[in-house]
Design a protein around this ligand. Structure first.
Ligand SMILES: C[S@@+](CC[C@H](N)C(=O)[O-])C[C@H]1O[C@@H](n2cnc3c(N)ncnc32)[C@H](O)[C@@H]1O
Length: 274
C-alpha cells in the first residue's frame, strides 16, 4: 500500500517550483550515481567537479551501497520494520523500501524531501509490497515536528523506527543547529530506534576543492564536515560496531564486490537509542 502524504500539490504547481537555472543537489547527485533525472545546469557543474575530483563519483556510489548494507542489517539483524528516510533524493536502484521489503515485505517506509523534482518522481518510491507501506512527504528537515506528525499516518511511533539521513546534512553547516534538528527527530522516536548518517567529509584536498566549486555554482551550498563533527551528530546514541568509519568499511558483506578504489571521502555509521 502506498500514499503520497500531506503536502502533495497539483502537477502544474510542482512544475512551476522546478528551477532549471541553478544546480540542485538531488539532480546533481542523480548525475553522479549515473541517473538521467537531471538538467544541463546540473551536468555542467557535475562535469567540472568530475575533472577537479573524480573521487566524488565513488562517494555517491559507495554511499548507496552503504545504505543497502545498513538497511539490510537493521531489518535482518535488528528486526527493524519502520524507516524514516529524510533527504531521499531521486529514486534509483535499491531505494530504502526496495531493500527493506526484500527482507521484510511488511516493512513501512516514509520518504521526505523538499525538492520538487523528487516529488514528481515519488511514484517510483511508492511501489510498496501489499503487506508493507510507503509514503512520500514533500517536507523540510527544518521542520522536524511537522515530519514526525505527518509520518504517523504511516508509521507507528510507539515502535522502533530507523531514521536515515544520508548525504543531506551538509546542507546544514551550523553544527549546533544540525545536532539539535537530528536530536529533535530522535526525541520523537521510541527507545530501540536507530539513526543512520553518512556524508562526504573534509578528508582530502580533492573533496574540499570539489565542495568549494559546488558552492560557487549557485546551488544551495554543501558543507563537508570533519569525521569528528559527523560523530558529534549522534549525540549520546550508542554506536553500532564498527562506529563511524568510511562508508566502504561499514560491515562490508560477503555478497558485496570489495571496493578497490582509493579511500572514499565519506563517513557514516549507525546509532541506537537506549
Ligand atoms: C545529495 S542528495 C542525497 C540523496 C540520497 N539521500 C543519497 O544519499 O543518495 C541530498 C538530498 O537532500 C534533499 N534536501 C536538501 N535540503 C533538504 C531539506 N531542508 N529538507 C528535506 N530535504 C532536503 C535534497 O533535495 C536531495 O534530494
Amino acid at each position: 500500500m502506498s500514499d503520497q502524504g500531506s503536502g502533495y500539490a497539483a502537477a502544474s504547481e510542482i512544475r512551476n517550483r522546478i528551477d532549471t537555472t541553478t544546480p540542485h543537489s538531488a539532480r546533481f547527485w542523480n548525475y553522479f550515481v549515473g541517473g538521467k533525472d537531471n538538467y544541463e545546469v546540473d551536468r555542467e557543474i557535475g562535469d567540472q567537479i568530475k575533472e577537479i575530483f573524480p573521487g566524488l563519483v565513488d562517494v555517491a556510489v559507495t554511499s548507496r551501497h552503504f545504505l543497502g548494507r545498513v538497511v539490510r542489517h537493521l531489518v535482518v539483524e535488528q528486526g527493524v520494520r519502520q524507516f524514516l528516510d529524510i533527504g531521499t533524493g531521486l529514486p534509483t536502484a535499491d531505494n530504502t523500501h526496495d531493500v527493506a521489503q526484500r527482507f521484510a515485505p511488511d516493512a513501512r517506509i516514509v520518504y521526505v524531501d523538499n525538492d520538487p523534482l523528487v516529488l514528481t518522481h515519488a511514484r517510483a518510491l511508492l511501489t510498496s509490497t501489499p503487506e508493507g507501506r510507503t509514503a512520500y512527504l514533500d517536507s523540510d528537515l527544518t521542520d522536524p515536528d511537522a515530519i514526525l506528525e505527518a509520518a504517523t499516518a504511516t508509521l507507528d511511533l510507539s515502535q522502533p523506527v530507523a531514521l536515515m539521513i544520508l548525504n543531506t546534512l551538509g546542507h546544514f553547516p551550523d553544527q549546533e543547529r544540525t545536532r539539535s534538528l537530528v536530536a529533535r527527530l530522535m526525541s520523537g522516536l521510541p527507545s530501540g530506534s536507530y539513526l543512520t548518517i553518512c556524508d562526504g567529509t573534509a578528508t582530502s584536498e580533492g573533496m574540499i576543492a570539489a565542495s568549494e566549486a559546488y558552492n560557487k555554482s549557485g546551488a544551495v551550498p554543501y558543507h563537508v564536515r570533519s569525521v569528528a563533527e559527523i560523530e558529534g551528530l549522534f549525540g549520546d546514541l550508542e554506536l553500532l560496531e564498527p562506529g563511524i568509519v568510511r562508508v566502504t568499511d561499514w560491515r562490508p558483506g560477503a555478497d558485496d564486490a570489495p571496493f578497490e578504489g582509493p579511500a572514499v571521502d565519506a563517513y557514516g555509521g549507525v546509532g541506537r537509542k537506549a
